[in-house]
Structures are given as C-alpha cells and as structure tokens.
Design a protein around this ligand. Structure first.
Ligand SMILES: *Cc1c(COP(=O)(O)O)cnc(C)c1O
Length: 402
C-alpha cells in the first residue's frame, strides 16, 4: 500500500517525499499476480547480464578469499593494486596516456554509489544538475536527495539521442554544478561521437560545470572496429571531466559491486572525500578478482558482443515483422529502444497491455524521465528464444505497430 502524506511517520525526512513515485509499482504488482497464477512471464525488463561471471575471475575470487590478508578493512580509495589495474586497463583500452592511480582514480562500489556520491560532492541545495532524459533514474533522485534542481536535457531521436547543449538556458547553465551523460546510452542505445564530446567539454569549461561521463556500457558495443569512446579521447577533457566505469555490464559482475572513476583530480578528490565519510570500500578479495578481470583474458567480450548483437537483431526483426520501423538498429548496450504504437495514450498503457495480454514485461519509457514518454525498452538479457516467443505472443494478441 502506498503511504499517503497523512500516514507518513513523523520521523521520515521530507527529502524522501521529493522522490518521484515508483512508476513500475503497478506493473510489478500485476507481474507478481500473474506469476502466482502460473503465467509464463517473459521478462524483458531487467538490464542485468544473464551470463555468469567468467570462470577465471571466479577462480581468482576463490583464491583471494582464502587469504586472511583480504579479510580486514580495505583502503578507502581502493587497493593500490586495483587502482593500478584500473588505470592500466583504461589507458590500454582507449589508447591514452597513463592516468595517475593515486590522484586521478578512485575505486567505487559499482557505479550506482559513485553516481550518487558525485552529486553529493558537487550539488548544493539550490544548484542545478543537468541530467539526460530519458536517462538512468539515479541521476534525478540523487539530485533531489541533495536538494538540487534537476534540469532535464531531452535526448531526441532527431538528434541521434545526443544532448542539445544549445537548448540549455543561460541562467540554468550559470547555476549548474554537474552535467551527467551516458554513452553508449541506457535506454536509447545511442553512441557518442568525438565532435559531440568536444562540445560537451567546451560547455563544461565555459560554465565551470563538472562533466561526469557514465561509461557503464564501454565494453558493450557490437562492432569491434567501432568501439565506444572515452570522453578523455578529447584533448583537455581532464580539465573538467571525470568518467565512471563498472565491471557490472562488461564482465557480468553486477552482483559483485565494483567499479572506478578516473579523471579530473578535483572531481576525484571530491568523490573520494564523500566516500571516505560514507563507506569503507570494496571487499579486498573482490578487488583482487577485479584485477584479474581487468588485466587477464578478455575473450568473453567477443562472446558477449555477438550474443547481445544477435538478440538485438532478433528483437528488431521481430518488431519489424509487426509493423515497426527500425531506422537505427542498436549498436550496443543491452537494450533496444522502440516507439509505442500511436493508438496508446501513454507508454504505461502500452506496457500494461503487453503484460495483461501477452505476459511480457517491458519498462515504459516514462520510467526514464519525461522525454522517455512514447517509447518502451527491451532488455537483451534473455535467450533469443524468449525474445522470439515474445514477438509471437505480440502477434497473437494484436500488439502490432499499426
Ligand atoms: C547499470 C548501469 C549503471 C550501474 O551499474 P553498477 O552495477 O552500479 O556498476 C550505471 N549507469 C547506467 C547507465 C547503467 O545502465
């Protein structure tokens, strides 16, 4: 039961009221009820890799956990070995000069916490944070929890889902502290270009706004000859930007909770300062396993690339057979982003009908922000046979585009 304002206990902080209502609550309720009744639900909602963590990483963990030296508190910023492996992986992967593992890198408990904490490190009450819409929901809630004002930067299809910096009002830019962006993009699957990143860096410098690039999908591009970029491929980016990485999506390690941030020393220092006062780092055994992940065999990346690409093509071909127009096939991430049929009033209506009629869970675009309305997302973290079955069910139940 959702709590009404009157029922809210006196001890719950006002800042929690600012958090928008959980949009998937209704769909979740229906999904659980359907499962209870024995319906075979096809869940295309979860952006969580279905493949196990590569074996050599798991084996490194087994070994590490047997060593008592891993059992006590880790250093706040990450072990020196982990930070060294992180900056080496980073400069090799993007063909960039080495970053300083002490001043330009910090280990994080996955990326979600790092995102929240970079807001704490930069956004005071009354400040603006510039966030993409649609976008990863944490950006908005973290802004609100900091007492800041989120300014939604629309990602429009006609702009290739890139941010239109020229449309940000001058007074908003003046009062902004942080601009967060994410390419390859969740949920749209869009990729950044160098020209676009150049504009973002120039914008950050002009207004003295920290640029934070969420590169959660850096290893999930489909084309091995056209890999996702780092924002540091732009000259001078380190003057104003940090970039966040995670082992979650590329190394099938979502449950392990490990990532890192690199870049501008002031930004890294701010993030580290918040973290030192809030958490006590990642279990050292996990950091040892992550060193093996970053510096060892990378062959699973090709496997994953092919796997997700095949699923994306199956989903897109299926949608096409039901009347969808697929103008830009997905180039990476774990997602396909598609328009809802025009006859539906909202993405929530469409998602509800997908569940009620066909037993398929898809997140409505509105769940990613106001500019996600009119779309829905398909996650590629299920076997292609399940995607095929979903398409078949959509056809049977008249869930076609026209
Ligand atoms: C999954 C995801 C993250 C968070 O990943 P962690 O598991 O917390 O490392 C961050 N940003 C985006 C856009 C994501 O999709």
């Amino acid at each position: 039961m959702p709590m009404t304002t009157q029922q809210k206990p006196k001890f719950i902080a006002k800042r929690l009221e600012q958090i928008p209502p959980y949009l998937f609550a209704e769909i979740d309720k229906k999904r659980l009820a359907a499962i209870e009744k024995g319906v075979d639900i096809i869940n295309l909602g979860i952006g969580d890799p279905d493949q196990p963590t590569p074996k050599h990483i798991v084996e490194a963990m087994h070994k590490a956990i047997d060593d008592p030296a891993t059992h006590n508190y880790p250093p706040y910023a990450g072990t020196p070995e982990f930070r060294k492996a992180a900056v080496e992986w980073f400069s090799k992967r993007f063909n960039l000069p080495a970053f300083n593992a002490n001043t330009e890198c910090v280990g994080t408990i996955g990326m979600k916490e790092a995102i929240h904490n970079i807001f704490l490190a930069t956004v005071d009450a009354g400040d603006y944070a510039l966030i993409p819409s649609p976008g990863y929901p944490v950006y908005k809630t973290s802004t609100l929890l900091c007492g800041g004002t989120p300014y939604s930067m629309p990602l429009k299809e006609e702009n290739g889902f890139l941010i239109d910096l020229d449309s940000i009002p001058e007074e908003v830019a003046q009062k902004a502290k942080l601009l967060i962006l994410n390419y390859p993009n969740n949920p749209t699957g869009a990729f950044a270009t160098k020209e676009f990143f150049e504009k973002v860096i120039a914008f950050g410098k002009k207004y003295n706004i920290l640029i934070c690039h969420d590169n959660a999908y850096s290893e999930n591009g489909f084309d091995p000859n056209n890999k996702p970029l780092s924002i540091f491929e732009i000259d001078g980016a380190k003057d104003i930007a940090i970039e966040m990485f995670s082992l979650s999506k590329g190394y099938n390690m979502t449950g392990w909770r490990i990532g890192f941030a690199v870049g501008n020393p002031d930004g890294i220092k701010g993030l580290s300062n918040v973290k030192t006062n809030i958490d006590s780092g990642v279990f050292k055994a996990i950091q040892r396993a992550a060193v093996v992940a970053l510096s060892g065999d990378q062959s699973h990346l090709d496997f994953l690339r092919n796997l997700y690409q095949e699923r994306a093509r199956v989903a897109e071909a299926g949608l096409k057979s039901l009347g969808w127009e697929i103008k830009n096939p997905s180039k990476g991430t774990l997602y396909v982003w598609a328009k809802i049929p025009a006859r539906y009033k909202s993405s929530l209506d469409f998602a509800s009908e997908m569940l009620d009629k066909a037993g398929i869970v898809v997140p409505p675009g509105i769940g990613y922000g106001e500019y996600g309305e009119g779309y829905f997302r398909i996650a590629l973290s299920v076997d292609k046979s399940r995607i095929e079955l979903a398409i078949q069910r959509m056809k049977e139940h008249g869930l076609t585009y026209n």
